[in-house]
Design a binder for this molecule. Sequence first.
Ligand SMILES: Cc1ncc(COP(=O)(O)O)c(C=O)c1O
Length: 497
Amino acid sequence: MFRHTQLETVKAWLQHPDHAGLPLQGRIQRAIRQLILDGALTAGKPLPATRALAASLGVSRDTVEAAYGQLHAEGFILRRVGSGSFVAEIRDLSPTPRRARPLVRPAGSGPGLGARGRAMVAGGAVGGGGPVRIFRQGLPETRNFPLRLWERLERQVLKEQGSAALVLTDPQGAAPLRQAIADYVNLERGARATADRVLILTSAQQAMALTAQLLLDPGERIFVEDPGYHGARQAFAAAGVVPVPLPVDGQGLVTDLLLARPDLARVVALTPSHQFPTGSTLSLDRRLALIDWAATRGGWIIEDDYDSEFHYVGRPTACVQGLDPQERTIYIGTFTKSLFPGLRIAYLILPPDLVAPFTIARTQQDGHPASIPQLVLARFMQGGHFGSHIRLMRSLYAERMRLLLRLVETHLAGLVAPQVPAGGLQMACHLTCDLPEDRVIAAAEAAGLALTGLSGLYAKAAPRPGFLLGFAAFTPSELETGVRRLAAVLKEGLKAA
Ligand SMILES: Cc1ncc(COP(=O)(O)O)c(C=O)c1O
């Protein structure tokens, strides 16, 4: 029989939210196993009859029977026909006597993270799923994605590859995908890439984390944009790297401080094609100045080219990597915006000497991204489908951006000033009325709108209050609903102020 406290312990296991993913029999089995391991149930002690325990726990007898069966198979209990189940003798291999541990972590106790873990968690999550509310920034339209075609290509891959697609493959990434990416960035982004310099990763986020860990030591400084992408900031903070924020103007990152104080840091991370979040493009002078700085300083340029496919005014400027003959640029590309975020495929174009170290380091994180989606994507690109999808989306997003601008000018005149971007999936709007940004964002959220505040993207420079409005993933009627709701939120706010 169990004592009252033991029965309560088993019940607590059954109900604890941490164990919700386990089937009932597994929860009972683990609770009893833990009681045995903690010495609360000692060798020879009889366990309750299955019927009695089932009644006390409010579960079926079969469930308890299955839990006992598993404990027996693992050697924790003995079962004797006619006399019931008993705790088995277990040899304790630990040199010190086992101390009784609480079975269920007391509510409110911390998870015992180290200092680096705490810093990572304090930065908050980057990206993530959840409901798609109007204006969520950075999202592409996924509702019209050619899924049938994708499915057909996947079937072709599986048929041709058979079980070869199921084993671990090249940690640098599938060769056909690396070739397709090199061809694409050379043609469309003016890069200098070859397939053997491409490393396939799951995300730009992983690329930034890997780059920070490999190129910089904890405590070292890195030049970053201010305002800038919070995901990059967090990847660098997690690696223990100290950001040196540099201001941004209409021509992208202001390079003066970097050029004047080259001793401060030897790495710069930036979004030159389409600065996040301001939308400006780094001028050619500054690109060349950065390249010169990196060459003379022995520094590195981390170029996050996250959404340059979507440029609405003229041709997008060539990437920095393609202009850099000294090979000091590490180029990051992602399919999160150009195709769909759930794909989880991104890439680095690396200087030749960095390919092997980066490939080794990535195997220590996750081996390589799933092979089948890599092969399907390679076919999608080689078949010309990527190019046509981009062209289609570019004109759709440009239309949506123009519509959003008209709606903002009509319904939010005097309340916000829109900053028309040259490209990308979102538009920054500065508040021109006397309302605090955080209050506007909270009220908009209550109205079902997902605004990203601009202030949180600034590290040092005085923030210009406002928010980002994502437009690419929303239909004209959703955009109109969103802007009307936002107008109501702002007007209500002003009345109450
Ligand atoms: C500037 C910037 N870089 C990178 C990313 C993320 O790309 P990934 O999903 O591949 O990590 C984003 C996504 O919002 C972004 O805004």
